[in-house]
Design a protein around this ligand. Structure first.
Ligand code: PLP
Length: 410
């Protein structure tokens, strides 16, 4: 399998070290109560979010959950295989404010930072209406604090937008993979963008350095942050509600399979943690990566995890899936995933773009190439049981029309 990965061939991998969810989660530092705590924090902020982003309606940033019946038929026809069960999309491409899965963790961590400052300085108590934190007086006070992050694009968008809204002085360190339109959008919102000619690892390193020794600076660490991770994990509580609303049963006879596009691992890891905590062994979680950026799967397969960089295997990290263009996986997520995750697969850029185009043609859902990765999953494993397949559609709503047109033409 390692040979195939080095040759940039797509792989399908079942995790031989997988353990029952209860055992895999036993020694992990975060628990169900931590997910609930994060959800409560987001609820406390709902009035403030509603004030600045009325498009969220109730101030809760959440995405639609939809059946992709036409896409399922097309996949079956194109690949000549039957999918046992229905196919759904969790449309994080339509998450309000930043249009991607990274909004879940990124916005949560900035809000938690703001709350900690406000509570420590006794500007508010947890019982107050947090809407007041949007007043000019508080924005001025927040402007004395700095926030920095390293990003391939989407995390930077979510952190940049929410930090600038609250008044923080925010810098986003962008890797060479970040699309120019993402940088431009951030600059328009008043965010400082620093560009690097190197990959994501360099952007993170520089962001971290810029905050060192400054007690009013907060570095958002995509590789290790528990707050980011918990922000993502709240998605599992929300998906549970989606499933209940659509009367979709999840039990031994009706398993759930979730296909999660993976970069450094924070977003898919946080969601897998949440889902396994709630649905235990009735849910299977798979990570999906481009053949040119398979760091998480390669790290798990070799056992080297975060000690590995894909360049050591001659892999170039050049992919149209900018959000997934990461060379070294998160230590925290690799350690957890080693026994938690069911498996994963890689796919070529051309497949990503074809899936993206098909989804748009059939379902009129606009996603970016990274976000299409999960759509192939339902075809790759034989299911003896009727299964609910969920492709996590992780981003794309903010792509400018001309950029999207270019991708469709390609
Ligand atoms: C659209 C999209 N999907 C998936 C991911 C993967 O998230 P993570 O890097 O936390 O694994 C990203 C990361 O930026 C992304 O932008």
């Amino acid at each position: 399998m390692i040979g195939k990965i080095k040759d940039l061939q797509p792989i399908i991998w079942d995790n031989p070290k997988k353990k029952p969810a209860a055992i895999a989660l036993e020694n992990f530092s975060l628990k169900y109560e931590d997910i609930l705590d994060a959800e409560k924090r987001l609820q406390r902020f709902a009035p403030l979010i509603h004030k600045y982003f009325p498009e969220t309606l109730d101030g809760i940033i959440e995405s639609p959950f939809v059946e992709l019946a036409g896409m399922k038929i097309d996949l079956e026809k194109s690949y000549g295989r039957k999918i046992n069960g229905r196919l759904y999309g969790k449309c994080d491409n339509q998450l309000k404010i930043a249009g991607s899965i990274k909004a879940r963790g990124g916005i949560y961590e900035v809000l938690k930072f703001a709350e900690t400052i406000a509570l420590n300085n006794q500007w508010i108590t947890e019982k107050d209406n947090y809407e007041v934190l949007g007043e000019e007086k508080y924005r001025k006070r927040f402007s004395q604090y700095k926030i920095a992050v390293g990003s391939t694009g989407n995390l930077g968008l979510s952190i940049g937008i929410i930090s600038a809204t609250l008044g923080f002085e925010v810098t986003v360190h962008m890797s060479k993979d970040a699309k120019p339109w993402k940088k431009n959008l951030l600059r328009l919102k008043g965010v400082t963008v620093v560009e690097y000619l190197e990959d994501y690892g360099k952007a993170v390193e520089e962001g971290r350095k810029a905050c060192m020794g400054d007690e009013k600076a907060h570095f958002i660490d995509d590789e290790n942050s528990k707050d980011l991770f918990l922000g993502y994990s709240v998605a599992a509580l929300r998906l549970k509600k989606d499933l209940e609303r659509m009367k979709i049963t999840v039990d031994e006879k009706h398993p759930l399979r979730v296909y999660l596009p993976c970069g450094v691992g924070g977003a898919p890891g946080g969601i897998a943690f949440g889902l396994k905590t709630i649905f235990k062994d009735f849910v299977e979680c798979y990570y999906v990566e481009p053949t040119h950026a398979p760091c998480m799967l390669l790290g798990l397969i070799t056992g080297k995890k975060e000690k590995l960089h894909i360049r050591d295997y001659g892999i170039d990290n050049i992919t149209e899936a900018d959000g997934l263009a990461v060379g070294r996986p998160s230590k925290m997520v690799s350690d957890l995933s080693e026994t938690l995750i069911d498996g994963g697969y890689t796919l070529e850029d051309e497949t990503l773009i074809r899936l993206m185009k098909t989804l748009y043609s059939i379902e009129k859902v606009k996603i970016e190439p990274s976000a299409a990765a999960g759509l192939l999953g339902p075809l790759l494993w034989e299911d003896s049981k009727v299964t609910t397949h969920i492709a996590w559609l992780t981003g794309g709503d903010l792509i400018p029309e001309n950029e999207f047109k270019k991708l469709l033409e390609r």
